[in-house]
Design a protein around this ligand. Sequence first.
Ligand code: MG
Length: 381
Amino acid sequence: MYRRDFIKVSAAAAAAAALSPALVSCGGSAGGKKKAGKGGPLKMSYYPYVVELQHTFTISGFSRDTTTVLLVEIEYDGVTGYGEAALPPYMVGQTLETASAFLDKVDLSQFSDPFEMDEILGYVDSLAEGMSCPKCGIDIALHDLVGKLLDKPLYKIWGYNGNNTPDTSFTIGMDTKEVIIQKTNEAEPYNILKVKLGSTEAEDKMIVETIREVTDKPIVVDANQGWKDKFYALDMICWLKEKGVKFVEQPMPKTIYDDMAWVTERSPLPTIADESCQRLVDIRKLYGVFTGINIKLLKCTGLREAHRMVETARGLGMMLMIGCTTETSCAVSAMAQLAPVVDFADLDGNLLISNDCFSGMRIVNGKITLNDLPGIGVTKL
Ligand code: MG
């Protein structure tokens, strides 16, 4: 469904809901009691929350035990939409202070129709360069709100079959051999393992060989820009192919295009852009350079743009992956709404934390499993 049609349908449904309160019902625990009313201005609030990780998480360049997130709520007509803006260290310049300062600038009280999403989110995006994380928090909350007002999950509003979801990969960070064995065993419920490489050749090969001592499950690799030379990157990819690896994410530094295109042309495995692919506008530079793109809400400002990226990449015949960071089930469930149309999903961010404050999409036998709750499908715990 095109967005203008979606908005048209949304507006029609909203009008129907206003006329017929019986058409709209939504559990309080899933986001507030719905009642027909006059609406009034949108009300936004936010608060910080520190997400605790089960294991210290190390990727090429960073190591951490917690992630600070900002939880965003938008209220309209007695209904609350939930959103989340995680602030991982690699989103440089987006800290608790700067993201809060951005949210303080946002005045949603000038809007009294949440279905005017394009205008509202266009206004939010125009307030500052960058700041994709807090923009994402607002975007998710607004999408959740609109889904609740329509009493439908977003994936259904978009016309997707909720059963067509892929398995998620489960991430194993860089670690010692003993910890990698332990983490691989802990990953027993998952069907695909994701490993973080991009260190020395000896270290990278040790990680993959250690996992192969424990399991023959498919592995996907994220090098996080760690390989600097195109010949080395191609050699590593060929070696990984022999080890049962399915694709390699961001083998080389994000602004290297010519060498990356050279690698992709010769690579026996698909290459997926992550750090190279932030927003919709980047896709034109990546066509012919990578096989596919990894979409993350945090990078692209949220579901509005993520949905456009899906359509654009599909139109170019590129592969699609969705990812997340270590965050609660709020943001992960929002991203999962697009799972029915992607090739690969890495939605384990909520599984790696110990203090989730939402329940939402679940992983059942390794597969992303969407529920029928409206909006992003979450319940606040
Ligand atoms: Mg990545």
